[in-house]
Design a protein around this ligand. Sequence first.
Ligand code: GLU
Length: 477
Amino acid sequence: MDKKPIITRFAPSPTGELHIGGARTALFEYLFAKHLGGEFLLRIEDTDRARFVEGSVERIIESLSWLGLGPDNIDLIPLQSDRIETYKKHAFDLVKAGHAYVCTCAKERLEEVRHDLEKVGQPPHYDRHCRIDGFEFKDLTEGCYVIRMKMPREGRQIVHDLIRGDVEFDLSLLDDQIILKSDGFPTYHLASVVDDHEAEITHVIRAEEWLSSTPKHLVLYEMFGWTAPEFAHLPMVLAPDRTKLSKRHGATSVEEYKKLGYLPEAIINFLALMGWNPKTEREFFTLDELIAEFRIENINKAPAIFNIEKLNNINEHYIVEEIRNPCLAGRQAKSEIRNKFKNFKLENISNGELELIGRGGYKTLKEAAEYISKLRQMPDYKAELLIFKKSSKPNTLKGLQDTRNKVQDTKDWNIETMQQLLADVVSEGGFNNGDVFWPIRVALSGEEKSPSPVELAVALGKEKTLERIEKAISELN
Ligand code: GLU
């Protein structure tokens, strides 16, 4: 018999941008499916109309594609709101089969029940007032009603979780869950089960917060007579203070990270390591490498902590890689990198400037772009800063002048020749390094701490370098 193909899905609610935690869920669903040669699908869970945000479906798809997690059904992404009649039909099927019932309790009555339970210290639940055995299919042409599933009155439901092992739930504690709301829309539970069944999802991988819904879903599968998929509930993503990751901890959406200058490769690599243990010390993985290495049993149960320093290190690594990787050094790759910098208001980035960034030290494209933009401006500094603490004004001046003369004569403009040029100035003039390298650094950047003067000169080009050395000489005269 042919083995069923693996199918996973990402099922976000369109309530805004793609949250970074949601992106991690999508990544693990994607990796699980792709590792096993399966499919990764997207569907939009938009039945909660009050929380719907216009435009978010497009934004979620855009973010997923940017990350490289484009779903296999990109041309036909199902929206739950288009399938209301299907859910209704299934809800009524359950009523007809005696697994669900119509509840016409008024809001006021439900309030009262809740209130009475609260008074005796019991958790709120529906008192099953409308749950009558026997034929219960009422005439529904008028009045307000919901449909509730008949939760078994006793017994245990075991969720076999691929990450957590068996998790047991006491069914007698579960409420008679509403499956169809009075506005005719299904609740999450019904829509999720119907959709996962129809799309032949084999593995439901989702955030831990849904674990408590899974026993209800398993009861629904049984009522419908359908085989349930397998389940895996991912560990939570927490901020370093161990609270839920939220705006007050910084950026929370993929779009925000993009705007801050993080590369998709870095976000993917970072998200994978938030919860998945590669079982080696290895830190860097491309998406293809993750597909090859991913094993669901290597996902931790404990919450993952969002560590921005780690993301910054990984991002710096990929910025350097992207610029220096010999396979990418072609013209097309260079123009792609240039375009990325354009998003950070940095036009016409030169090879020398790219080389400077490629030496590392920039956490984000934005940070690198800001540094280069600043470097393009003539620096402002006090003349005394040009003189190294172990040097003197005459030595500094002479070092600057000798460098200027050599720079004027030089034709090659690269790291090696610049390094040699400055070393020659030092040795020929009988200087110490500080007499020459220090003032050139200050002349070129206006800073005490900066990339090396050699890298600065290459980034600036000959003309700007000369101009800045001239200015330094005149500052000292
Ligand atoms: N719509 C739910 C969410 O936004 C999906 C839960 C699930 O994957 O079943 O998290």
